[in-house]
Unconditional design. Sequence first.
Length: 282
Amino acid sequence: MIIDMHTHIFPEKISAEVLEKLSIVSHSKYFSDGTLNGLKSSMDAAQINFSVILPVATSSRQVEKINSSSAALNEKNFGEGIISFGCIHPDYTNYREELSRVKNRGLKGIKIHPVYQGTNLDDVKFLRIIDRAAELGLIVVTHAGLDIGFTGVVRCSPQMAKKVVDEVGDFKFVLAHMGGWKNWNDVLKILGGTKVYLDTSFSTGEIIPRRDFHWAAEELKLLDAAQFMEFVKVFGAEKILFGTDSPWTSPKTSIDFIKNLPLADDAKNKILGNNAQRLLKV
């Protein structure tokens, strides 16, 4: 069982334009066409059983439409391994009722993105949303750490994530990008011992750059096997979830990274899918 806990798709009419724009901003390559069919094709090629799609609302006006579309997507693609989460925005004031609707429509969780949404994770706007989501038993996935498209901007630091855990308590909380993209030393120091989940998306091996942009070799480096094993030691294999950030990494390369770790098969299987299977109840 392989479950990709972190993927993105875009409407077919605009996917090519959006992908190219994001690729230019991030100076990185994409590995599928960013459509639902492209995701399905990449899943088949990499033998991925389920993919979780994580939509992001960049304005409060988008929330209800995205959530309705996500629920419809799940219904239309039932049995095909596609699981879309819902979304919320910190400026959306009717969040209590909307999160109830998310739950009632069968969506298993929500995605938030403090950088794209211009609000720190530990702001009261997010805290009240997360508290309500926790009350409903929804999974909360947040972008964490730096963002490749926003140099130097951190709106979900390990310190902020720890504050959320301390205030909200035990809930289904997934910190993307191994707890905080390129904030990894602080993740180990500050979040070790908590019950958060980490996903592996866009955090292992190396960034694959666009051919028309030059990166310094050091800038391309993400977590290597030895560094990744430190996370396994601190958090345990049972708290790490496989994710690709599709279309921004190669699924096969991401899977091979986990398979080649000096871990027992049971631990590898937990990371690749068993943990997510338990969390998602699939």
